[in-house]
Design a protein around this ligand. Structure first.
Ligand SMILES: [Zn+2]
Ligand SMILES: [Zn+2]
Length: 387
């Protein structure tokens, strides 16, 4: 293997030899500028062409269409420097493209923008003045260039629980939501006025003053949350955020008619959070009529959102059943069941008292009889899908 150092040594020797040889051959036809360049110690040469930047192929995630629905991959909870994230909005576009996503929403905090504080100091509850569309506007041209759907969004960030934090996506303008900052219910109403979708974020989060989950404070769907839900101002809940799973949300979605959402809530770089070995970034799969913002929005309101995180699937029963039918073909032959996984989503199949691993793009066969349980695909709290 040639190291970069070896190459440079080699190139330097060749260069030294080449100069006298070309003069000796009397190449008078050599363009004057080039000849001058070879003699000029200030000449700059780019090795870009010779080596080419090693082109990285974006991750390809295969999931067949579910009937008339395309299965889009998205992350709808992302931070940038325009709140307390570590990167520029345009970097989020590149990460998402490399991760194989179709759609993202950048959701910077309205109430917490430490880099906007006076003197540039970190300060909680910094001024909410200024244009809250700036992250979206900064990322939009690159998203268009990269063919990534970018949804305008924001995070409503209250320091007490209840109510906690909410994401508002499919907005037309974030500023009217920020203008109502003194009253969180008015903020949610302002989202609804624009036809936006509201998700209750990381519902297990409790204000640090209350002791946190570690101190045994249980998660609950409070009367405050029920109040906004009844008004039609709350539409979804995160069942998985970053590395945290909230199992109770599975039943809450079914009982309270909400859509489950899975997000990364990423603040650092994708590389810093999920590592160079590409531990799969959590995502929401969207069963959408086509790859447009309008179709993604329709899917969110129609509960056609399915979470995928840590090799687990979470969703409302109807949507999960549709996805399974699209991904896995089940055939019976002479008392044997044969499963073929056409997708990149892994399945753990329990049948006849045994467990079988149905890997991405893999297949498995076993004796027919009884129900078939997909142990890592959930349609409610601790409720795996049965087929
Ligand atoms: Zn939050
Ligand atoms: Zn967040």
């Amino acid at each position: 293997m040639t190291t970069r150092r070896d190459f440079l040594k080699c190139a330097a020797l060749l260069g030294a030899a080449a100069v006298p040889v070309s003069y000796a051959a009397g190449q008078e036809t050599k363009p004057a500028a080039k000849a001058a360049a070879a003699d000029n110690p200030l000449f700059q040469e780019s090795y870009k062409k010779r080596f080419g930047a090693e082109k990285t192929e974006p991750r390809k995630i295969t999931i067949p269409d579910a009937g008339k629905w395309k299965v889009l991959k998205g992350d709808f909870h992302i931070h940038t420097l325009f709140s307390d994230g570590h990167v520029m909005p345009v970097d989020r576009v590149h990460e998402a493209v490399q991760n194989g996503l179709d759609v993202i929403s950048i959701t910077d905090h309205i109430e917490y923008r430490p880099y906007f504080s006076e003197g540039g100091r970190w300060k909680l509850d910094s001024s909410v003045s200024g244009d809250h569309n700036i992250a979206y506007n900064t990322a939009k041209p690159e998203a268009e260039k990269q063919n990534l759907l970018l949804i305008r969004g924001t995070e409503i960030t209250k320091r007490q629980m209840p109510p906690g934090h909410f994401n508002a996506i499919f907005l037309k303008d974030v500023n009217p939501v920020a203008d109502a900052v003194d009253d969180w219910k008015k903020m949610l109403a302002a989202v609804s006025e624009q036809g936006g979708f509201v998700t209750w974020n990381h519902p297990g989060w409790v204000a640090p003053a209350s002791g946190g989950l570690e101190k045994g404070v249980p998660m609950s769907f409070t009367s405050e949350h029920e109040d906004v839900r009844k008004k039609g101002h709350l539409h979804g809940i995160e069942i998985f955020n970053g590395f945290n799973h909230y199992p109770a949300v599975g039943d809450w979605c079914n009982e309270l008619d909400l859509s489950p959402v899975v997000t990364s809530d990423i603040h650092v770089t994708e590389l810093a959070m999920y590592g160079i070995q590409n531990l799969r970034r959590p995502m929401t799969l969207i069963l959408a009529e086509d790859r447009t913002e309008e179709a993604v929005r329709d899917a969110f309101f129609a509960h056609r959102t399915i979470g995928w995180a840590m090799d687990m699937i979470f969703g409302r029963p109807e949507a999960v059943e549709k996805l399974f039918a699209a991904c896995v073909s089940v055939t019976k032959n002479n008392g044997t069941v044969h499963l073929v996984n056409k997708s990149d989503i892994p399945c753990r199949i329990q049948a006849d008292g045994a467990e079988y691993e149905l890997k991405p793009q893999g297949s498995v066969s076993f004796k027919a009889g009884g129900t078939l349980t997909v142990a890592n695909w959930f349609i409610g709290t601790n409720k795996p899908l049965t087929v």
